[in-house]
Design a protein around this ligand. Sequence first.
Ligand SMILES: [Zn+2]
Ligand SMILES: [Zn+2]
Ligand SMILES: [Zn+2]
Ligand SMILES: [Zn+2]
Length: 378
Amino acid sequence: MPASLLALLLALPPQHDGCNFCEHRGVEDCGRHSQEELDWEAEVQFCSEAARCEDCGGALVVDCPRCAEGPESDALEVRLRRIRHWTEVSSEPERLLGRPLVRVETAHFEVVIAADDLKYGSKRWSAHRVAHALAREAEAAALLLDEHFGAKPGDYSGKTRLWYFGEAEDHFRVNREIFGRNVEAAMKFYGPRPASSAWTGDKGLEDEVMAVVMNGVHVGIHLLLSSLFRPEWLQDKKAGWFDVGAAHFYEIERFRRTATYCLDEANTDLDWKQGKWRAPIRSLLAKRRDPILPELLQELPGTLWEEEHALSFSLYDYVVHAHPGALKPLLLGFKRGERARDLIREHLHTSVPALEESWRRWVAETYPTRDPKPRKKL
Ligand SMILES: [Zn+2]
Ligand SMILES: [Zn+2]
Ligand SMILES: [Zn+2]
Ligand SMILES: [Zn+2]
């Protein structure tokens, strides 16, 4: 062999292409997770339960024991560093309560389920399973919201944190010591770092997985809207139909039913038409001929009656259908405190009476006479 070729061979780096055993990856799947769990983890950015795995630390793969390294070895190191960093920055309720909680993070949300397990039909679901179900549904609703508003994750002021506690006292402490409010009801905290807290045993939730997940989707939409483009409350704006209508709309998109009314303090005994709304709205509008919008457009989110929740949903439904490009300017206009009447003229290019007429016509022409059956499974 010529000396120059020998020198070249010696200068080559050692083999980096793994071995047959690991299918030339340099890593192999961690054996501690079921296929179902691997599917859950693939949907989220981080999960506390995966991160607690003693073998893989949440990377879900481990170094191949038979070779030095392969093409996926570096990615494993990077992933482990990111997970370690995420785990070290614990969430606010973990710091407050002084114990690790089940926590899942996606592009839009941090979900905490601090309960042992919850009821799903005749079964019990672990907090881990519930956290992933909520993360999946809330994220799907958020992606639809992003599509409607032309938004990207970077357009939100921060991740929306959805926290649920199996012990009422833990939830009360969060209200008092993180939100600074001495109340026991479920709370939403608007602002640059939006968050909500609820007790899973509260009225309306009853430790049921489905109720908690639907609640999380609905509350998540309120919080996303408040933090989108510029952090701002909608609670004190005459934009009740928009804020409340949107939250019901995305809940109904996911579940074909709505169950969340989020009135401050007094918890919900409200249940207009079992939350299946399009058919009843169709008959309601056919019967009621007096103008609805002049008053509806003036309401704050907290002053809507249960029937007005449904009408708000329907008006939002109509704007999504007929004027999707107006959603973003409407939201920004409401955040600046502008009046619905002016925003409608500018961005829907119509007057309030003309809007009422086209909305009513669309409902009469497209709403069903019977609503589809609500979703039963997650
Ligand atoms: Zn190998
Ligand atoms: Zn997980
Ligand atoms: Zn593992
Ligand atoms: Zn609401």
